[in-house]
Design a protein around this ligand. Structure first.
Ligand SMILES: [Zn+2]
Length: 223
């Protein structure tokens, strides 16, 4: 009789466990990772405000810096690094890269890297051409220098002074796993960038997105 009860208990335990295991595998969380990128800084006007918003939400991002700004604002680039963000190369003078021959482009990239290295002790590995313009010969130079080119999948158009709520709605409606979002930490007066971040970051975090650097996103997608 006792053996019968034990058997019954054993069978009911197995039955009870099966749906639990099934539902566990069905509810595996889908990966939802996004990289935020900021171009054209560092600059006293917006970079620190952006760093404060990123800290508020515990987010690390990638800053594609201009060599001239790195030299002009060493304290700010030091802060970007100290607060745990990734620094990447966006040329020295932001010349439209299509106007540069191979030697000039090489100089632009190397001088920017030198400025980053002098301020932070680290070399840049990622490169984004100004305005995302890239020719075949440029591609060759970038590759020869050992850089990975990074573009974007979502353009916030903050550079065109798009109102913050429009940027925020656009990102909330279109964000998906693997996106690279283009923003700027130097635009000029009346930048919508900080207000837009305050609009969409809490919503995307609530939807389960995590924010990683562009380097982390790309290294993971290559595996
Ligand atoms: Zn730029």
């Amino acid at each position: 009789m006792k053996r019968g009860i034990c058997l019954l208990l054993f069978i009911s335990l197995i039955i009870a466990c099966i749906p639990v295991n099934c539902s566990a595998s069905q509810s595996e969380p889908q990966e939802k990772r996004i990289a935020l990128t900021f171009d054209d800084g560092p600059h006293p006007r917006q970079t620190r405000q952006i760093l404060d918003v990123l800290d508020k939400y515990g987010i690390k991002a990638t800053f594609f810096v201009i060599g001239v700004n790195v030299r002009n604002y060493p304290g700010i680039i030091a802060e970007v690094q100290a607060r745990g963000h990734e620094l990447a190369n966006h040329t020295t003078t932001h010349s439209h890269a299509k106007k540069l021959d191979s030697i000039a482009l090489k100089n632009e990239i190397e001088a920017c890297d030198q400025a980053i290295f002098e301020q932070t002790g680290k070399h840049s590995k990622l490169f984004r051409p100004p305005e995302g313009a890239m020719t075949e010969s440029m591609r060759t130079v970038v590759k020869q220098l050992g850089y990975t080119s990074v573009f974007w999948t979502l353009d916030t158009r903050d550079w065109a002074h798009t109102p913050p709520d429009r940027i925020s709605d656009y990102i909330i409606q279109n964000a998906k796993n693997g996106d690279i979002i283009l923003m700027h930490d130097y635009i000029g007066a009346n930048s919508p960038t900080v207000a837009a971040l305050e609009g969409f970051l809490p919503i995307l975090l609530e939807k389960g997105y995590t924010f990683v650097t562009a380097g982390e996103l790309l290294s993971n997608s290559h595996q």
